[in-house]
Design a protein around this ligand. Structure first.
Ligand SMILES: *Cc1c(COP(=O)(O)O)cnc(C)c1O
Length: 368
């Protein structure tokens, strides 16, 4: 049996006629950038994520970059975030010549540890970026409390967590900005790159709309320097079709997670994901912790089971961030997570036979 980490072909087969029709309409219109289909998707996503404004951009990475630009982050500023995340989170900070200031994670949820944030705030702190990793929201109430008291805006990196909730509130709806990614492997994935910025603030929304078209307003008049970061119409129509299925897909992921939890949770050597009772996870990834991680990785590969390590090197130890002066031991929980975690297939189209096979193979190695 073969169980890939993600099977987008299986998903495509369930929605093929709708996707093909939508794509065909874009070709007939020959309207490829922004336009009515992007506006329609922006309205749909805003409603889905319970925000007033959603602005389509070229990627999740650009969403983070433009949100920080809208907040005026620049050289010499500091932005607090987690070192245990996809590169783009810290990359967006560094690209504006600001300094990523890392705060270690809570080992249970792998999200930023709110109790460590305040100690890292300085007069130069211009934003805090909590990452909602693997589909579960960071512990937002204490983060929002600090941000409000210290007058520091929050940019939520919700790239992995569209539709996840924290105490009933949608991921990406709680900070000054929320950033979504439509990279194909996210729960709502496009047919290429795409992203969106969420905000409750009309003034911020206007700013982002100007920044995504080179700061042009009106056309060919530039008060500010922006960039080219527009969402394609083709992406928008594909995403509109897929958005109708998103809740169902995320529910299937939760059911798959329950199955794994039930069958792997009792193993001494495995720590299954911990989801706080006030959170609803969308399980963009199902990540377990095992001390024999590399052995398990190789074993599952031999057995035809796809896995991945998210992420093998925490950002403070990346070569490009050497100038920040960090060394091993600075963020011990992030480093330990990088050594001990492995993602298992959790995609909605997994069959019962595939799930049983995954569980059996893991047991075969770990119980031997
Ligand atoms: C995917 C991802 C991004 C970047 O999104 P892209 O659309 O690939 O640019 C940013 N942050 C996190 C946590 C992500 O998982």
């Amino acid at each position: 049996m073969r169980v890939p980490l993600l099977d987008l072909v299986a998903q495509y087969h369930t929605i093929r006629p709708d996707i093909q029709k939508a794509v065909q309409e874009v070709f007939e219109s020959q309207q490829f950038i922004l336009g009515p289909s992007v506006t329609k998707l922006e309205e749909e996503i805003a409603a889905h994520c319970q925000v007033r404004h959603a602005i389509g951009v070229a990627s999740g990475s650009d969403a983070l970059l433009l949100a920080l630009m809208a907040l005026g982050v620049g050289p010499g500023d500091e932005v607090i975030t987690s070192p245990y995340t996809f590169f783009a989170t810290a990359g967006s900070i560094a690209r504006l010549q600001a300094k990523p200031v890392f705060v270690d994670i809570d080992p249970k949820t792998y999200n930023i540890d709110p109790s460590l944030i305040e100690g890292k705030i300085t007069p130069r702190t211009k934003a805090i970026i909590p990452v909602h990793l693997y589909g579960q929201c960071a512990e937002m109430d204490p983060i929002l409390e600090i941000a409000e008291r210290r007058h520091i805006p929050i940019v939520e990196d919700a790239a992995q967590s569209i539709g996840a909730t924290y105490k009933g509130r949608q991921a990406g709806s709680m900070g000054a900005f929320g950033c979504l990614s439509f990279f194909p492997s996210k729960n709502l994935g496009g047919a290429g790159d795409g992203g969106m910025i969420l905000t409750q603030d009309g003034h911020f929304a206007e700013k982002i709309k100007i920044l995504r078209v080179h700061g042009s307003q009106p056309k060919y008049y530039h008060q500010v320097i922006g960039c080219n970061s527009r969402l394609d119409s083709l992406q928008a129509v594909v995403l509109s079709v897929k958005l109708r299925h998103l809740e169902g897909w995320s529910q299937k992921r939760r059911e798959n997670a329950e199955f794994y939890n039930k069958h792997l949770g009792s193993l001494d050597k495995v720590v299954v994901p911990h989801v706080e009772s006030h959170n609803k996870s969308i399980y963009n990834q199902y990540v377990i912790r095992v001390s024999q991680r590399d052995q398990l990785l190789n074993y599952l590969k031999e057995k035809g089971i796809g896995t991945e390590i998210y992420y093998p090197v925490p950002l403070h130890l990346q070569a490009c961030f050497k100038y920040l002066g960090h060394s091993e031991g600075d963020f011990p929980e992030s480093e330990r997570a990088a050594r001990e975690t492995i993602a298992l297939p959790i995609y909605p189209e997994l069959t019962m036979d595939q799930k049983i096979y995954v569980v059996d193979q893991i047991k075969r190695l770990l119980l031997s």
